[in-house]
Design a protein around this ligand. Structure first.
Ligand code: AMP
Ligand code: GLY
Length: 417
């Protein structure tokens, strides 16, 4: 099969790497990809939101499967458009992907189907939101842009003044553009966070090993929210009892609810969860593989990823037994100096030889005249499969300084908490 993967980050590098192991796949393309992905796939010069160019390329090259990895093209309906052109695509339709694309929708969905989540209120007028905030007495409080905002649309405000300022920035100054035309104000939850990614064909759910992301920019969960600075699998809070609670109370209700709403979900459904004192609650849904969770989890997959993807499309996931290594998956992001606020790109990269069992995924790199340059906020993911978190930490952190570029930085506490 000829497979085209849409996207350009570490997640897409991990997906392409796994697809390359598939006995079904003869050729991999990636649009637009990055310098590392170029080692496993042929890069295609199409942007993820340029749907016409992706459809044209897929027809011309007789692509058998398109894997849509990032949020924006899923929310924009790329899967629907590919399907309308008789091209097989992995990922949810636009209607199903709205579970990620609109937080106002996902909150009302959870309320309707009794899925535990933070209490909230939705506003599409600044004055009403401001009046509501004036009356709030308990802080912190959480403000969320309704739409997609590059993983940065969530503000945790610790007092009234900063909450009012954030609200103004979102609804009046439009720092997130139209994504914050509607704002959700919600209760602050506390407890360990975890991520559960599930393959689903809309009927059968096959959970991947649990994982834990690290969203804050700096050690000790300090600084701004980022797309994620590192991840490991399995999550420490994901005990068998918690697993049972999540499956019954959250995963099953979500899949059933989406079917009832005529939004049958096929692809990877991402549950961002928090184990609070009053049970596990949903922080957010994503309609796709997480980044960087995927770079920690996919190295654990023993089964054929392409076969799994085809089964989610064909509705035959119940027929396959997905096997995972019973090990720890671990991944740390090497980011550009100013990430997530001020990213300067274009620094030359030098990589000294890494120990053999390490996996280096490129997230934001570019090649020019045989040299490697930084080309994004998150530049690399250094991953490993190990027998324990301690062993994984030792392996990654004893190698990570071999990746050298001006301003390179990483969190040194992934896996400690
Ligand atoms: P989201 O983009 O919705 O996943 O939010 C980004 C991050 O903000 C989450 O991973 C949490 O760490 C934090 N967060 C979001 N909502 C809440 C909440 N209601 N209470 C506490 N933290 C939250
Ligand atoms: N790791 C968070 C995300 O993929 O949105």
């Amino acid at each position: 099969m000829k497979v085209l993967v849409i996207g350009s980050g570490g997640r897409e590098h991990a997906i392409c790497t796994k697809l390359k192991e598939s006995k079904l796949v003869s050729k991999i393309y990636c649009a637009p990809g990055n310098a590392g992905i170029a080692n496993v796939a042929t890069l295609v010069d199409s942007k993820p939101m340029d749907f016409l160019s992706i459809v044209d390329f897929s027809k011309r090259e007789e692509i058998d499967l398109v894997v849509v990895a990032p949020d924006n093209p899923l929310a924009g309906g790329l899967v629907d458009i590919l399907n309308a052109n008789d091209i097989k695509a992995f990922g949810p339709t636009k209607r199903a992907a709205e579970i990620e694309g609109s937080k106002a929708f996902s909150k009302s969905f959870m309320k309707k189907y009794g899925i535990p989540t933070a209490d909230y209120a939705v506003f599409n007028k600044y004055e009403a939101a401001k009046d509501y905030l004036d009356k709030v007495e308990k802080f912190p409080i959480v403000l969320k842009a309704d739409g997609l905002a590059f993983g940065k649309g969530v503000i945790i405000a610790h007092d009234k003044v900063s909450a009012q300022n954030s609200l103004e920035n979102m609804m009046l100054s439009k720092v997130f553009g139209d994504a914050a035309n509607t704002v959700i104000i919600e209760e602050f939850l506390e407890g360990p966070e975890m991520t559960l990614l599930c393959f689903t064909d809309g009927k059968t759910v096959s959970a991947m090993p649990s994982s834990q992301d690290h969203k804050k920019a700096f050690d000790g969960d300090k600084g701004l929210n980022t797309g994620g600075m590192g991840a490991f699998s399995p999550a420490k809070a994901y005990t068998p009892q918690v697993e049972k609670e999540i499956m019954e109370n959250i995963v099953k209700k979500t899949i059933d609810g989406l079917n009832k709403e005529n939004r049958t979900f096929k692809g990877v459904l991402y549950f961002g969860l928090m184990a609070t004192a009053s049970g596990v609650k949903v922080i957010e849904y994503n309609a796709r593989f997480g980044d960087p969770e995927t770079q920690a989890i996919l190295p654990l997959l023993e089964s054929d990823l392409c076969e799994i993807m085809l089964a989610t499309i064909d509705g035959t996931l119940n027929n396959i037994d997905i096997k995972w290594k019973n090990k720890v998956g671990f991944s740390v992001v090497v980011a550009s100096g100013g990430y997530p606020e001020n990213v300067i790109k274009g620094y030359e990269i030098e990589i000294l030889p890494l120990d053999e069992d390490l996996i280096l995924y490129h997230a934001g790199t570019k090649e020019s005249n045989g040299k490697l340059y930084t080309n994004g906020g998150r530049v690399f993911n250094l991953s490993v499969v190990a027998d324990s978190i301690d062993e994984a930490r030792k392996k990654v952190y004893s190698n990570i300084d071999k990746i050298k570029f001006t301003g390179a930085r990483y969190r040194s506490d992934i896996g400690i908490k």
